[in-house]
Design a protein around this ligand. Structure first.
Ligand code: ZN
Length: 81
């Protein structure tokens, strides 16, 4: 038979373990967000064409640098500028 004292001790240990596991995760949240922002900045620097990519104002399809019309819906590129 399980005694109430055993249950309380087990419960207390579980809560302590949970706090131990969650604490470092919460502490690293800001670091993760900073790392993501840095990685995005790196990607933009590595691929300037990606940052300058145009998208169809009609359907949202990505356009090539030499495209004059959207390949998907035929909307003229740059007309809406
Ligand atoms: Zn389009």
């Amino acid at each position: 038979m399980i005694q109430i004292g055993t249950i309380l001790v087990t419960l207390a240990l579980s809560m302590a373990l949970a706090a131990y596991i969650l604490r470092p995760f919460q502490a690293e949240t800001d670091d993760i967000e900073t790392a993501i922002e840095e990685r995005v900045a790196e990607l933009r620097q590595e691929d300037p064409d990606e940052a300058q990519a145009q998208f169809c104002t009609q359907c949202g399809r990505r356009l090539g640098p030499d495209d004059r019309f959207c390949a998907q819906c035929g909307h003229p590129v740059g007309e809406a500028k």
